[in-house]
Design a protein around this ligand. Structure first.
Ligand code: SAH
Length: 227
């Protein structure tokens, strides 16, 4: 899957995308992530990307005449394929992160994981000029929950992490994504609890059924423990 990220702060992604499972997924070419610094599309000597809101009020709004050319350039770059990159044939799915968007759930993560190409636009300050959305340059607004963050970078990392687990080959066998909280096989419920050695820890014992070796009883206990 190709993912293009448009952000004012590409440095924020170091760490989450360069460690552990997400780093491995990129090395294995299962995830192909490209960063685009919105500042490079800014206007004038100061590379201005935002301006004060019409109607007054505090905060700054990211300008349509900066964001739209950036989005278009990223689409074009993906379609053409830079040197040494694969060309994308299908259309990208363009997501803008916003508290006004539809809340992210596992079923949506699974649907997005089937796409070949995502473009993620991270807002900052007060957000982006509404005309970017109304003009059709965004396919979907996504919220990661009913609270307000300083920018769309953390939501982008949350989405990429959740999607990556669904891409075949990203998780090893040991980490399989099939039987997890909110998966269809657990009827979208929350998973049963887990225990490991020792059998007794500070006088807290592992439930007897899990030590019984009786697989159908264990299965039943796990089903009953779903929330
Ligand atoms: N003025 C906006 C908040 C802007 S927060 C409002 O009141 O709704 C700045 C940026 O952070 C947003 O443009 C968005 O990209 C991101 N953001 C903040 N909270 C978010 C959330 N819960 N889900 C997704 N993106 C979020």
């Amino acid at each position: 899957m190709r993912i293009d990220i448009l952000t004012l702060f590409p440095g924020m992604f170091t760490g989450p995308l360069t460690e552990s499972i997400l780093a491995r997924a990129q090395e294995a070419k299962l995830l192909d992530i490209h960063f685009h610094d919105l500042r490079t599309f800014g206007l004038g000597t100061y590379h201005q990307v935002d301006d004060s809101p019409y109607g007054g009020g505090v905060g700054m709004v990211m300008r349509a005449d900066v964001i739209v050319p950036a989005l278009e350039a990223v689409v074009q770059e993906g379609e053409k394929g830079k040197k040494g990159q694969k060309r994308k044939k299908g259309k990208p799915w363009r997501i803008y992160f916003s508290p006004r968007g539809k809340k992210l759930k596992q079923a949506k993560v699974e649907r997005l994981a089937k796409r070949e190409w995502l473009i993620l636009l991270c807002g900052h300050y007060e957000g982006i000029d509404q005309r970017i959305i109304d003009g059709g340059w965004i396919d979907e607004e996504v919220s990661i929950g009913d609270y307000v963050l300083t920018g769309g970078e953390l939501p982008a990392m949350v989405l990429i992490d959740a999607i990556a687990r669904q891409i075949p080959g990203v998780l090893g066998k040991e980490e399989s994504a099939a039987e997890e909280s909110f998966s269809a096989s657990l009827k979208r419920k929350k998973e049963y609890p887990h225990y490991t050695r020792p059998e007794e820890f500070k006088s807290l014992r592992v439930p007897d059924v899990l030590l019984s070796g009786n697989h159908s009883k264990i299965q039943q206990w796990r089903i009953d423990s779903l929330k």
